[in-house]
Design a protein around this ligand. Structure first.
Ligand code: FAD
Length: 546
C-alpha cells in the first residue's frame, strides 16, 4: 500500500512526541509499550531516520493517536482510521471524546484524567463507538509526553479492540459457571487434583465432607483409605496413568454413628497444553491430573450389614431350636426305654406262664404312665408354628429368592437352572415365609432327585404363569421321576421314596400340601411327565389370617 504523505508538521509532532516519550517514559508505562515503540525507532545507537520511524508508527497494528493537553487530536495512524472508521481528516482537531459511547461511567474518565494529569500513564478499558455507530471495547494506554522542562506537551494514546477477547472471556466465565453448577448439583464428591495432590477444583459435596471432617482434607483421608485397601499409593499410581474404580472404603467421621462408606474412583486426566507451541495442533505432553469421584454408599452398606445380622440371628435361632429339639428327643428316647423294658418283662412273663392278671394290669398301667410322660416330653418339643400376617406376595420374587439361597448347592451339584418366569403375575395375598418354605422344599426335592440320578445333564426348570386369577408354578427336574402308583402316596405323611433316606421324615410334601391348601390352591405330580418329575401347583385364594 503506498504511504500517504503526511504534512511535515505532523511528522515532526509524531517524531518529537515519541522521542520525548522514549527519552523518559512516565510512571506506570507498561514495559512492552516502551519496547515496541523503541523497536519502531530503531537501535538506540543507530536510530532510524525520522521518516522511517514515522512510517513504522503509521504501519503499526495498534491504533495510535497523539493529542494536545486537552485531548484534541493532532495525529492518528492508519490502524486508528481502520478501527474507528473515521479518516484522519475527520478527527484532526477533534477531541478524543468523538469516540466516546455513553456506556463508559464518568468515574472512569475522571480517574483517567486524574492519572494522566499526575503525569502518569493510564491503562484501562473504555466503551468506544465507531463512526458507523458500533460499540467496541477499547483497551487503552494513555501516556503524557513531557517536554525537557517536565511540562505536559502531548498525550500519546494507543488502543486496540478487545471486544473479541471480552466476549471469549464472558463465554469462558459462563461455561465455567455452568460446569460449576452441574458439579455442585451432582450427588457425588468430585475433586480434581494436580500432580502434587493439591485440589484444583472441587464441588459442593466435597466441601460438605470437608466440613464433616472438621477441616481435614477429604482427598488426603480418601487417599489413605483407598491406598490401605489396595495396598499401594493409589493416587500416585493413578497420576502415572493407572486409575482405580469403585474401591469401597470406610471413613470414621467425628460425631457420626459408625463409619461412612464411599465407593471411590480415580481417573488420570491429561490436561492439554494451551501454550503457543500447540497452535498448529502438535500436542506437547500436558500436566497430568487426577479426577477423584467418591460416591457415598453408607446406606447400602448398612442395609447389607443389617441383612447379614438378621441372617445370623435367624441362623442362631434355628440352631437353638434344633438344639432344644435334640435335647427333648433324647429325653423322650430315654423315657420310652422304661415302658419298653416293662413290655419286654410282661411279654417274658406271659411266655413263661408266670404272673397273674393283676400283675399284668399293674405293668400295663406302668407302661401307660411312662408312655404318656414320653409323649408329653415329645409334644413339648414341638416348635410352635410362627404366626405370620398375610401380605401381597409376588410369586416370581419368592422363587427368585429361594433360587438365590440355593445357588451354592445348585453349583456344587452341577445343576443347570432354566428359569422361565411369567413377565407379569397377579400379586396374591399370602404368607411369605410359608410360601418360601414350600418352594424351598420342592426345589430341595428336585435337587435330591437329580443327585440320585447319574445323568450327565441335570436340569431344574422353574416356570410360572398366570391362569385366570391364579398363579401356576411348575418345578420340574429330569431326575428318576415318581412312579405312577406313588403319585398320590408321596403326599401322605411319613412316605419316603428316596434311596438316601438319611435325615428324612417323609413329612415335606404333606406339609407342602397343607400350605397350598391354606392358599386355596392345588398341588399334583404331573402324570404326563415321563422323563423326570414335574410338580404343578396353583395358588389363588386369600389366606385366612386367624
Ligand atoms: P468530558 O466532559 O469530556 O469528560 C468527562 C470527565 O473527564 C470530566 O468530568 C472530567 O473529570 C474529565 N476531563 C475531561 N477532559 C478533561 C480535561 N481536559 N482536563 C481534566 N479533566 C478532564 N475517551 C473515549 O471515550 N475514548 C477514547 O478512545 C479516548 N481516547 C483518549 C486518548 C487520549 C490521548 C486522551 C488524552 C483522552 C482520550 N479519551 C478517550 C478521553 C476523552 O478525551 C474524554 O475525556 C472522554 O471521552 C469523555 O468525554 P465526554 O465528552 O463524555 O466528557
Amino acid at each position: 500500500m503506498p504511504v500517504r504523505e503526511a504534512p511535515d508538521t505532523v511528522q515532526q509532532v509524531v517524531i518529537n512526541a515519541l522521542g520525548e516519550f522514549l527519552a523518559s517514559p512516565p510512571d506506570g508505562t507498561p514495559i512492552e509499550v516502551v519496547e515496541a515503540l523503541t523497536l519502531m525507532g530503531g537501535n538506540v545507537l543507530d536510530p532510524l531516520p525520522p521518516r522511517l520511524f514515522f512510517e513504522a508508527v503509521e504501519q503499526s497494528p495498534v491504533a495510535i493517536s497523539i493529542t494536545d493537553h486537552r485531548a484534541a487530536i493532532l495525529y492518528a495512524n492508519r490502524a486508528f482510521e481502520t478501527l474507528t472508521g473515521y479518516s484522519r481528516e475527520e478527527v484532526l482537531g477533534q477531541n478524543e471524546s468523538i469516540l466516546s459511547s455513553n456506556a463508559t461511567p464518568p468515574s472512569v474518565y475522571q480517574q483517567l484524567w486524574r492519572t494522566i494529569q499526575r503525569k502518569e500513564t493510564w491503562t484501562g478499558t473504555l466503551v468506544n463507538r465507531t463512526k458507523a455507530g458500533l460499540d467496541y471495547l477499547a483497551e487503552l494506554i494513555i501516556s503524557p509526553v513531557l517536554d525537557r522542562d517536565g511540562d505536559l506537551q502531548y498525550f500519546l494514546g494507543m488502543h486496540r479492540d478487545a471486544t473479541k477477547v471480552h466476549e471469549l472471556e464472558g463465554a469462558l466465565r459462563q461455561q465455567k459457571a455452568r460446569i460449576e453448577t452441574v458439579l455442585d448439583a451432582a450427588p457425588v464428591i468430585v475433586a480434581l487434583l494436580d500432580s502434587k495432590g493439591q485440589i484444583i477444583l472441587d464441588n459442593q459435596e466435597y466441601k460438605k465432607l470437608f466440613g464433616d471432617l472438621r477441616g481435614k482434607e477429604p482427598a488426603d483421608v480418601l487417599r489413605a483409605a483407598v491406598s490401605e485397601q489396595l495396598g499401594l499409593d493409589a493416587f500416585a499410581a493413578c497420576l502415572e496413568g493407572r486409575g482405580f474404580k469403585d474401591v469401597e472404603v470406610a471413613i470414621e467421621i467425628p460425631g457420626s454413628m459408625g463409619p461412612r462408606w464411599f465407593a471411590c474412583s480415580g481417573t488420570p486426566v491429561e490436561e492439554s497444553d494451551a501454550s503457543a507451541r500447540t497452535y498448529f495442533g502438535r500436542q506437547a505432553p500436558g500436566d497430568r491430573r487426577l479426577l477423584l469421584l467418591a460416591n457415598e454408599v453408607t446406606a447400602r452398606r448398612r442395609e447389607i450389614e443389617r441383612a447379614h445380622l438378621e441372617n445370623l440371628r435367624a441362623r442362631l435361632a434355628e440352631q437353638q431350636l434344633m438344639h432344644g429339639m435334640r435335647e427333648a428327643l433324647a429325653a423322650a428316647i430315654y423315657q420310652i426305654q422304661v415302658p419298653l423294658n416293662v413290655i419286654n418283662a410282661a411279654a417274658a412273663m406271659v411266655r413263661g406262664g408266670a404272673g397273674n392278671v393283676d400283675t399284668l394290669a399293674g405293668m400295663l398301667d406302668q407302661i401307660s404312665v411312662s408312655g404318656a410322660k414320653a409323649l408329653a416330653t415329645l409334644t413339648s418339643a414341638l416348635p410352635e408354628e410362627p404366626r405370620e400376617a398375610g401380605v401381597m406376595v409376588n410369586v416370581n420374587e419368592l422363587l427368585r429368592q429361594v433360587l438365590e439361597l440355593e445357588t451354592d448347592r445348585l453349583l456344587a451339584t452341577g445343576i443347570v437352572v432354566d428359569w422361565r418366569p411369567a413377565h407379569v403375575l397377579p400379586e396374591l395375598a399370602g404368607h411369605k415365609n410359608q410360601l418360601r418354605a414350600l418352594f424351598k422344599h420342592l426345589i430341595d426335592n428336585a435337587i435330591q432327585a437329580l443327585c440320585e440320578t447319574n445323568r450327565a445333564h441335570r436340569e431344574l426348570r422353574l416356570t410360572t404363569r398366570r391362569v385366570d386369577e391364579a398363579v401356576e408354578v411348575e418345578i420340574e427336574d429330569n431326575g428318576p421321576g415318581i412312579p405312577a402308583e406313588d403319585r398320590y402316596r408321596v403326599f401322605e405323611p411319613f412316605y419316603i421314596g428316596w434311596r438316601n433316606r438319611r435325615g428324612k421324615a417323609g413329612m415335606g410334601l404333606a406339609l407342602s400340601q397343607e400350605i397350598v391348601n391354606a392358599h386355596g390352591g392345588t398341588i399334583e405330580v404331573d402324570p404326563t411327565m415321563t422323563d423326570g418329575c414335574r410338580i404343578r401347583l396353583s395358588l389363588t385364594a386369600v389366606p385366612d389370617d386367624d
